[in-house]
Write a protein of this length. Structure first.
Length: 201
């Protein structure tokens, strides 16, 4: 795997350790780690570098576009110190310390929130859970920066075997892995893709 911060080839196992060292030589942006598990227990990880003006709205938009959005479901983000809806702006029960909204910048969170694991939830029916860890907030971005969230590293797509014949699985049919030959119903099947949301909706 290639680290997009330094272009070095790094093993999957060693990527987290490498990135923790690599971010030390960066001088701008926010390093964020997203972690989630799919229906089959596989661990998805996504390291990103975000602009210092990045807000909860930007994170919600990014996760929807890259990982989870299927039918425009509601989403929320919470931690021990906050709990609110990202789409309806409606506060849910829970302790709120500070005034946080979709427009809150990540760098403006208080130390208690920054030090803990945040939890993003998409779809309140068949929920996909994503852990958010703010790894490091670096110095201010120069005004010329034109990105908000760039992917540094994402896990490689997983290989799955068909539950019926052990050939390479391509589809998920009612939460069962299927190859093309063993698939029963194309209309209800979904293709396998590199996302913790696959096969859910």
């Amino acid at each position: 795997m290639v680290c997009k911060l330094c272009d070095k080839q790094i093993s999957t196992r060693g990527m987290k350790k490498h990135l923790q060292k690599c971010v030390e030589i960066q001088n701008d942006g926010i390093i964020i780690l997203f972690t989630s598990y799919n229906l089959f227990g596989r661990k998805h990880q996504l390291w990103v570098k975000a602009h210092n003006e990045c807000t909860f709205f930007d994170i919600d938009k990014f996760l929807r576009e890259h990982w989870v959005d299927c039918c425009g479901h509601a989403s929320l983000i919470k931690s021990k110190h906050m709990d609110f809806s990202l789409r309806t702006k409606k506060k849910y029960k829970g302790e709120i310390k500070g005034h946080y909204t979709m427009k809150t910048r990540i760098k403006d969170l208080n130390k208690e929130v920054l030090s803990e694991m945040l939890l993003y939830e998409y779809d309140m029916g068949s929920t996909t859970f994503i852990q958010i860890k703010i790894v490091k907030i670096l110095d201010e971005d120069p005004p010329s920066k034109n990105f908000f969230i760039d992917i540094i590293h994402e896990n490689e797509p997983f290989d799955y075997k068909c539950n019926s014949c052990t050939s390479k699985a391509i589809y998920i049919e009612e939460e069962v892995l299927k190859c093309k030959q063993c698939l029963d119903d194309y209309e209800i099947a979904s293709i396998i893709y590199n996302s913790p949301r696959m096969g859910v909706c």
